[in-house]
Design a protein around this ligand. Structure first.
Ligand SMILES: C[S@@+](CC[C@H](N)C(=O)[O-])C[C@H]1O[C@@H](n2cnc3c(N)ncnc32)[C@H](O)[C@@H]1O
Length: 316
């Protein structure tokens, strides 16, 4: 199913659900140093961890990106509409620096951020320090540190580790921040996606839902940028993603929004972590006054069946 979701149809004003404005830079001193041994231990514990060049290499700029993304809360409201989390247990899988955790914690009974990257995880833990009902745990899609059937909602925002494994689709190969180890497409390590989806279904209660947020490769100025940066045709990428999720029982929804920045420098900085420098430069030259761009995302929702099934989503 393909449904246009407009956040205005949500049960609450999306803006009210956004996290507080304090960012990781304010808390940098609270984040302990992560050693090479910590990184090596995480790699061994979570073999499915794929370093994210954008947030992993540039957490401060990704913070700006998260603030700019969906300023009117349409995407967040669409997520809430699909799987409400008031009074429930919510997992943010691949939570990065934990940008969204504080907002979720306002309404959820319990919020658990799970992140394999020790550096990002330390940032996320510092962010939620002292927040009741919120915690951050080491883990990955294929290794969730949770018991069976204990979660109502799992969010995975820009979670390239779930789905058909088209990692680095349009992302800048030259902006790895020096720590990238795998932005190749994820196919080298075998067919990705299914083990993680099976693990997510294990921890979901029957009737609970996974909500995946991905870029829309078909609509908006950001989709144009991704197309300019990619080697594969965006229609093919979009079709592969849609097919993968449809075959696993997911419903598909679109959320039209925008990226709105405080100033041009922020826009330029974010473009440079998301697409190759030449693509960013050309776009900025063609849009000399822009401080925003149109953006759309695709949401996939998979609900755990109440019935016993051998398919990853437990789909009938
Ligand atoms: C593009 S970032 C998005 C971060 C965060 N969801 C946000 O929207 O701010 C993708 C995140 O997934 C994490 N990640 C990578 N491989 C993972 C895996 N196998 N399981 C869970 N998270 C993973 C990365 O470390 C990174 O934090």
């Amino acid at each position: 199913m393909s449904t246009q979701v407009d956040g205005r149809a949500g049960t609450t004003d999306g803006r009210a659900n956004r996290p507080d404005r304090a960012g990781i830079a304010d808390r940098a001193s609270a984040v302990r140093r992560v050693s090479a041994a910590d990184i090596a231990a995480a790699r061994s514990a979570f073999p499915d961890w794929r370093f994210a060049p954008n947030i992993g290499g540039h957490p401060d700029i990704y913070e700006i990106e998260n603030r700019a993304l969906d300023p009117d809360g349409h995407v967040l409201a669409a997520m809430r509409n699909l799987a409400p989390w008031d009074g429930r247990t919510l997992v943010d899988l691949g939570c990065g620096t934990g940008f969204w955790l504080t907002g979720y914690a306002r309404d959820a009974a319990r919020v658990i951020g799970i992140e394999p990257d020790p550096v990002l995880r330390a940032n996320a833990a510092a962010r939620i320090e002292g927040l009741p009902r919120a915690e951050v745990l080491p883990g990955s899609a294929e290794h969730l540190p949770l018991s069976d059937r204990c979660v109502d909602v799992v969010h995975a925002r820009f979670a390239y580790f779930l789905g058909p494994g088209i990692v680095g689709r349009g992302k800048a190969a030259d902006t790895s921040g020096g720590r990238a180890t795998d932005t190749s497409g994820g196919t080298a390590a075998g067919a990705p996606g299914d083990p993680g989806l099976t693990e997510v279904m294990r921890v979901l209660r029957p009737g609970g839902s996974l909500i995946v947020v991905d870029n829309d490769y078909r609509w908006g100025q950001f989709a144009d940028l991704l197309a300019a940066a990619a080697t594969a045709a965006p229609q093919d990428t979009a079709r592969a993603i849609d097919t993968w999720w449809r075959e696993r029982g997911a419903t598909r929804h679109e959320g039209r929004s925008q990226w709105r920045f405080a100033n041009r420098a922020d826009l330029a900085a974010v473009l440079n972590i998301e697409v190759p420098a030449a693509v960013a430069r050309a776009w900025l030259a063609r849009h000399p006054a822009a401080t925003s761009l149109s953006y759309s995302c695709v949401l996939f929702a998979v609900t755990r069946s109440n019935r016993v099934s051998r398919s990853p989503a437990g789909a009938p």
